[in-house]
Design a protein around this ligand. Sequence first.
Ligand SMILES: [Zn+2]
Length: 285
Amino acid sequence: MTLRDAHDWFADLGGGTRVALVVAGSFRSDAGVLLGHVPWTRWHPLVEDEIDEQNRLRQALNCLLVETSAGRVLVETGIGQRLDEKTSRMRGLEGRPILEAMRVAAFDPLTVDLVALSHLHFDHAGGLLDGDGARAFARARIVAQRAEWEIALDDNPRVVASYDQAELRLVRHFAEADAVDGERELIPGVTVIATGGHTAGHQAIVIRGRLGTVGFFGDLCMRPWSAEPTWLPSFDDFPLRSTEVKRELFSRAADERWRIALSHEPVRPIGRLEREGVGFRYVAD
Ligand SMILES: [Zn+2]
């Protein structure tokens, strides 16, 4: 079976480069926290229909499978399957973790050459181990920014709350060695770009083919409302940088007509960014 059958969404970028969306389940986050400093009267009408009784929104764990003539790349791994019952319930975890989602898509984890992570928060790097604690993608190089590894194991309480440090300590010995600095083409057509903003070592992943480009901006662009560069979750560590880098990336994406995959959008995760006034809007496919 080929990647063509694998999708929640699929695109052929030409020259043997194909991209599929695979959703590794979902979890729930406090709505107000996701909308940061945006006034309630502005964000609440946008999400009124999906908000639960605990004031939370369902956040999909969107991952991309990329197949090129030079190799196979998985972008993000979701939360994984190592949370205990109580934490799973607390986080409102639902759906298939990444390994199961890939199995359903007939995409063998052993064929993954590279795993690119936007950052190391628990909902992005949680799937690096299988349920038994073995490497989930045994052959793969794990690519995050070196700056992200440096901050992820810091003892600042704000950092401790956002990363699953116990898990990161378990994966560090095989996952940190292939960390990169700045912008890097990992294999022809697949590039990571250091962005900072959301976290100190956050990165975007851009997939280019003859027929088009797909941009994955991690948690700088998690939901449709993220198209507004000043609308940030309250857990962005460097909000001024987030806004600045969102403007830069979104300008390129809009002007060059990139496809965009949103990191946590459950209903319409694939679309484009268009310029609107001095900002942007997200237009779902
Ligand atoms: Zn996230």
